[in-house]
Design a protein around this ligand. Structure first.
Ligand SMILES: Nc1ncnc2c1ncn2[C@@H]1O[C@H](COP(=O)(O)OP(=O)(O)OP(=O)(O)O)[C@@H](O)[C@H]1O
Length: 270
């Protein structure tokens, strides 16, 4: 490998995870370049969340290697954590606090202080489009506003790689599009690499530069949306690609169990 080759945002080699006898991730080898928005697709139980948890240092792999922003997740987890942001599947903002309080809390956790902290919180509030609502309790926000706040919280320290687990599940089409715009803005402004999991084929097509399909823990294909479609057939849609590689057909709107879970989390906040 040439010395001046840029460090990959994410690089895994034969990464595996077993839960007792269940193989949740099976020898996954993947590279995501800096500045790429990568969409990880796959039916329920395919291993998407497990992959994100290993890459964000929340879970140990059973075998194989994973490097994020150039650091080994097993050997240098603290260095990895400094360089990543993570928006989990269930809501993470605190509904009993205001947006400004939530942002200040995250900023403290990232070790930001004084004027830098105040400036970052101000910028983050503007980024989330919540300047006029920063003093309101988050439980009064819509789902889209909460998601924008969570993305702002997860990027206060300007990470090199941002992970989002089903970022737009349960959002209406307008709110969903606003979240896409925010992610595109982060990529454009900071060259951030972004890895999302999704069941939403429109999201995969419109937002993602590259896709990977996980099926029973195995990464069965990766490529740009256009390449994947062309590989399946002349008039193939991404739904066809998904069905071809995973044998699964998506119900419209994605997975219902998850939508129910995210809605019940929103109810808890409200
Ligand atoms: N802590 C755990 N203990 C045992 N099994 C687990 C654990 N976490 C995940 N699994 C199993 O590992 C497999 C992969 O789960 P994972 O949550 O990564 O899938 P996913 O692709 O994210 O699915 P979904 O789309 O439903 O979120 C599933 O069979 C799941 O039941």
């Amino acid at each position: 490998m040439a010395h001046d080759e840029p460090i990959a945002a994410i690089a895994t080699a034969v990464l595996s995870k077993r839960f007792n006898h269940l193989v949740a991730l099976d020898r996954v080898t993947l590279t995501v370049a800096q500045g790429t928005i990568f969409g990880l697709l796959g039916p329920n139980g395919a291993g998407k969340s497990t992959a994100i948890k290993i890459l964000t240092t929340l879970l140990d792999a059973s075998d194989g290697l994973a490097r994020v922003a150039g650091f080994d997740v097993a050997k240098d987890p603290v260095e990895v954590r400094r360089r990543i942001g993570y928006v989990p599947q269930l809501l993470s903002a605190d509904g009993a606090l205001t947006a400004i309080e939530n942002l200040n809390l995250s900023a403290r956790l990232y070790g930001l202080r004084g004027k830098t902290r105040a400036a970052r919180v101000r910028d983050a509030l503007a980024f989330a489009g919540l300047e006029d609502l920063g003093d309101r309790l988050v439980r009064t926000y819509s789902g889209g506003m909460i998601r924008r706040l969570e993305i702002a919280q997860a990027t206060l320290h300007v990470p090199e790689v941002l992970f989002l687990d089903e970022p737009t599940i349960g959002l209406d089409p307008v709110a969903r599009r606003t979240v896409w715009d925010k992610l595109l803005e982060l990529r454009q402004r900071n060259g951030m690499a972004i890895l999302i999991t999704t069941h939403d084929m429109e999201e995969a097509e419109v937002l993602c530069d590259e896709l990977g399909i996980l099926h029973q823990g195995r990464l069965v294909v990766t490529g740009k949306p256009e390449e994947l479609k062309a590989g399946v057939g002349p008039a193939a849609t991404l739904e066809d690609v998904f069905a071809h590689y995973s044998g699964a057909v998506l119900e419209s709107g994605g997975n219902y169990r998850e939508i129910r879970e995210s809605r019940s989390a929103m109810r808890r906040l409200g």
